[in-house]
Design a binder for this molecule. Structure first.
Ligand code: ADP
Ligand code: MG
Length: 922
């Protein structure tokens, strides 16, 4: 570590050490302050201008006293906290809080930023960081005293989106604001994040000059091909080959080291053997290079030693404020005519277009480029992210969101750096531009064994699906699908609805197309009489005109032109698919041209796809420079692409919903129960006891029946008597996970005799019985399951299904990633087919669906608030008739200890460059 931090005192939260991007694209290290920072802090204060000192301390001072230095650097990281911003070993910013004496939920905050570093966003970064930290410490509000002239600080507060109250008294503003997150603070964080990420990536996509370190004379080598591609691609600026062993590469004078290049260098491609990469990166740092593309492999993908080397490399990159793509990648392409950056070593130059591509697999990336032309898509930019250690998928999403040349974003993913950051970026970007993703690993094999129902139902793939669905990412299973969908989204407007017209010159493919469309939920409506009559007048008497329109084999260019002209303006359909199978070689080019003409003439009016069933593949007219109409070799592939487009249109039209907050939730009480349970276990995790479970659920406003644990027959009878009505007895035992399976449940017990008999039976059901639960019997109703489980990558998932033992058998369960919105929970309920029973399916009694939805939202709030909850199973939740609510009669909750604040950080904040769980705000 290069920040001279020294030893970490007790209470120091290492998870809050982070690298962050500033709004000008530079990077900075932020971490909690340490006693060892005394000197650096003193240096910073000495360097402050008189005005900055005055703004911070309200008096003119030159330096801090020894006592002040102690006071500012020795903290408990709880009631007194500070973060420092570091450039190398220099402190350039400090943000601190101190809990007030009057109210432990209110803290005073203060900030200072070195004069030469102001206006880079460091104040905002520190403010967001310390606010996030304060939230995890139960601090509800910040108070700051700001001199009226200190406009910079007031701007920082305002821009952060906090709901401020301020009072002016004798030239000093007292500003107070809640630390709570809101739409406005989230929006402010997003804005800052977008701006800083984009600025940091500009030197990679739009470099003024390039060095190729490891450029080789050997035209077959990677360094040789890359260099040749850059030159042959006519890069707009100079390309400098760097090679210590040869004076000339491809007729260009080479330099021994990047440091010898007389000009400045924005971007360096690194193609040297792995053992030299770190020292080359250090030279680049000294040279002032802003971006690295490390092609060299042999890092994290090779094992622990490689991973350590990769971390060293990343450290060099971060400390220098550079950004890096790779290592172990295929390069970077930007087809913008302003730069013409062909920084990859494959044989194919990507055609210019509006699709941006990121690929985690290098080899696949090259084949994607090679296939782009054939698939009628053009590329705006292409990034092979390789090991993904610095620039990752979510950074690229943010960059492409703002890139005017990009209309569609295509991702090949093998893993997520941070799924939460990805989800957050994707959710916003997808509302503006389609994101199409292939995520490998779609099999059931990933289903993990877990002791709860919810846990065993969720596989990793379920999490990926939930994440994509919630974020509006279009998921495809195959590379073919990736191209098929992208070609449609990149070239055609989204369908306005589900109605499709099919035009064909052969019956069979027409029927196949209709089947494919209808089986995927699209409609092929019969045309109205007027339209049919018009079509008939254009076609031979043998043609079918009801939809599909079968023009029969004799149809030529004129028929295609006339019919398409009519259908592309018809109100009765939203999409037109034209199928063409050349029956003889004659007139093929003319027909293809006629279809192309119709497409061009009506471009943008309706969604238009073509199916060209011919051994040559792509129709000649559309394979040209700028494809207007996507062409597919088979009707099924056109139908699949169209379904994806329809679903995207519907997703865009749907309300996103809002996470719901409940005024009656007692978060502190639930937190205390969980903390108590962990303490009882000496800090270890495990399943909560029945009373603890009830306590947590009740704190979140979820109804549980009266229940109590007893240890003998008499106590059971007494407890039953206090309930008043019929009761239920259940064995309490670590081994009895599914109690009824082992005879550990007795229902609807109505008198003392029944209770005694049941007590004996139930308590003997397992050898390790710890007691018997006496619970109020709840009458009738549907049984549903609500649960949470935790994915190692994705964090918590909330699941819903019909309850009882069948849920595992039929797997009819919906999962979402919290926080759930009101729309999410309605969708979850709608997705579960058997949940139709709740609506009084086939004359059965209806259930209180609203109460089920509300319970899902309350559970979502619970797992958001209490990261210690690793697994929860409410099974069953008994659903009463409409208006009667729901009752949880069986619940299990497993808790695990967490680093303080970690989950909050991971959930709340974005913008980190690091892959560590504690991420970064700004
Ligand atoms: P387990 O899931 O461990 O087998 P449960 O506590 O869920 O045990 O009980 C099994 C079944 O008994 C439930 O699915 C439900 O049908 C019924 N049941 C349990 N408790 C009650 C209750 N308090 N009122 C009514 N029915 C209950
Ligand atoms: Mg149960």
């Amino acid at each position: 570590m290069s920040d001279g931090a020294g030893e970490r005192p007790p209470g120091y939260p290492p998870a809050w050490e982070e690298d962050a991007v500033l709004k000008d694209g530079g990077t900075i290290r932020v971490r909690p302050i340490l006693p060892a920072d005394r000197e650096a802090l003193q240096e910073m204060v000495r360097g402050l201008s008189r005005e900055s000192v005055y703004f911070r301390f309200f008096q003119v001072k030159r330096e801090l006293t020894a006592a002040e230095l102690d006071h500012f650097t020795r903290l408990d990281y709880d009631r007194r906290m500070a973060f420092v911003a570091l450039l190398g070993s220099r402190i350039v910013g400090v943000g601190r809080y101190m809990v007030t004496v009057e109210d432990p939920a209110v803290a005073e905050v203060a900030f200072a930023v070195s004069d030469d570093q102001q206006n880079r966003g460091i104040g905002t970064l520190l403010l967001n960081r310390i606010t996030a930290y304060a939230r995890t410490r139960g601090i509800r509000a910040f108070r700051a005293h700001v001199l009226a002239d200190n406009r910079g600080m007031m701007r920082v507060f305002r821009n952060a989106g906090f709901a401020m109250r301020r009072e002016l008294d004798e030239g000093v503003y007292t500003v107070e604001f809640p630390t709570e997150e809101s739409e406005a603070t989230r929006e402010a964080v997003d804005r800052y994040h977008r701006r800083s990420v984009t600025a940091s990536l500009m030197p990679l996509f739009y470099p003024h000059s390039i060095a190729v370190i490891g450029a080789s004379r050997d035209p077959g080598s990677i360094g040789g091909r890359l260099f040749t591609n850059l030159i042959a691609g006519d890069f707009a600026g100079p390309v400098y080959p760097v090679n210590p062993t040869t004076p000339v590469v491809r007729s260009v004078a080479a330099y021994r080291s990047v440091l010898d290049i007389p000009d400045s260098v924005d971007l360096a491609f690194v193609v040297v053997p792995a053992r030299h990469v770190v020292s080359v990166a250090e030279e680049c740092a000294r040279k002032g290079v802003k971006g690295l593309v490390v092609i060299t492999a042999g890092f994290g993908e090779t094992g622990p030693a490689g991973r350590r080397e990769e971390e060293r490399l990343l450290r060099v990159v971060r400390d220098a404020g550079m950004r890096m793509i790779g290592p172990n990648c295929m390069g970077l392409v930007n087809t913008d005519p302003a730069v013409r950056l062909d920084g990859q070593f494959g044989p194919v130059r990507a055609p210019r277009g509006n699709v941006a591509i990121s690929s985690q697999s290098g080899a696949l990336g090259l084949s994607i480029l090679a296939n782009a032309r054939r698939s009628s898509i053009g590329i705006s930019s292409f990034v092979s992210v390789g090991n993904n250690v610095d620039v990752s998928g979510d950074d690229l999403l943010v960059y492409w969101e703002g890139d005017p040349a990009t209309d569609v974003i295509l991702l090949y993913l093998e893993s997520f750096g941070s799924p939460r950051r990805f989800a957050r970026a994707a959710r916003r970007v997808a509302t503006r531009k389609p994101i199409v993703a292939v995520k490998s690993g779609r099999t059931k094999a990933g289903a993990r064994a877990a002791s709860s129902h919810t846990g065993s139902l969720a596989s990793l793939d379920v999490a990926v699906d939930a994440l994509f669905r919630q974020a509006g990412v279009t998921r495809v299973d195959t590379l073919e699908g990736l191209f098929d969908v992208s070609a449609l989204l990149a070239n055609q407007p989204l369908p306005a609805g589900r109605r499709v017209a099919v035009v064909t010159n052969a019956g069979g493919p027409g029927i196949l197309a209709v089947d494919a469309l209808v089986s995927r939920g699209l409609e092929v409506p019969e045309f109205g009489p007027e339209l049919q009559a018009e079509l008939r007048s254009l076609l031979s008497p043998d043609a079918a005109v009801r939809n599909p329109v079968d023009m029969i084999a004799s149809a030529g260019p004129d028929q295609y032109r006339a019919v398409l002209d009519r259908l592309l303006t018809a109100d009765e359909v939203d999409t037109v698919i034209a199928i063409f199978i050349p029956a003889s070689p004659r007139g093929v080019a003319e027909t293809v041209a006629a279809i192309g003409d119709a497409a061009a003439q009506h471009h943008g009016e309706k969604t238009f796809l073509t199916v060209y069933m011919h051994p040559d593949g792509v129709a000649p007219a559309t394979a040209g420079a700028r494809a207007i109409v996507p062409t597919y070799p088979f009707p099924e592939r056109a139908a699949n692409a169209l379904v994806a487009a329809v679903e995207r249109a519907e997703w865009l039209a749907r309300p996103r919903g809002e996470p719901v907050t409940f005024g009656d939730v007692d978060r502190e009480r639930a937190g205390a129960v969980v903390a108590g349970a962990l303490a009882r276990r000496g800090g270890g995790g495990g399943w909560l006891e029945p009373a603890e479970v009830d306590g947590v659920l009740a704190a979140y406003g979820i109804r549980v029946p009266f229940s109590t644990v007893v240890h003998d027959e008499d106590a059971a009878v007494a407890a039953a008597a206090s309930v008043g009505g019929p009761v239920v007895l259940k064995v309490v035992a670590p081994s009895a996970v599914h109690k009824s399976d082992v005879g550990g449940v007795a229902l609807d017990l109505r008198d003392g005799g029944e209770v005694r008999e049941a007590y004996r039976r139930v308590s003997a059901a397992v050898p390790d019985a710890e007691g018997v639960l006496v619970q109020e019997f709840v009458e009738g109703g549907h049984e549903v399951l609500i649960g949470t489980t935790e994915d190692p990558n994705f964090g918590p998932l909330v699941g819903f299904g019909l309850g009882g033992i069948f849920v595992e058998l039929i797997g009819d369960v919906a999962f979402r990633i919290p926080p759930l919105t009101d729309v999410d929970v309605r969708e979850m309920i709608g997705e579960v087919r058997s949940a139709r029973l709740l609506e009084g399916y086939r004359g059965g009694p209806p259930g209180d669906v609203d109460a089920v939805a509300e319970t899902l939202l309350r559970v979502s709030a619970m797992v958001e608030d209490l990261p210690e909850i690793a697994e929860m199973d409410l099974n069953p939740v008994l659903v009463g008739p409409p208006g009667a609510g729901v009752t949880v009669v069986d619940a299990r909750i497993r808790v695990v200890p967490r680093e303080p604040g970690l989950a909050d950080v991971a959930a709340d904040l974005v913008g980190s460059l690091g892959e560590t769980p504690g991420t970064m705000p700004e």
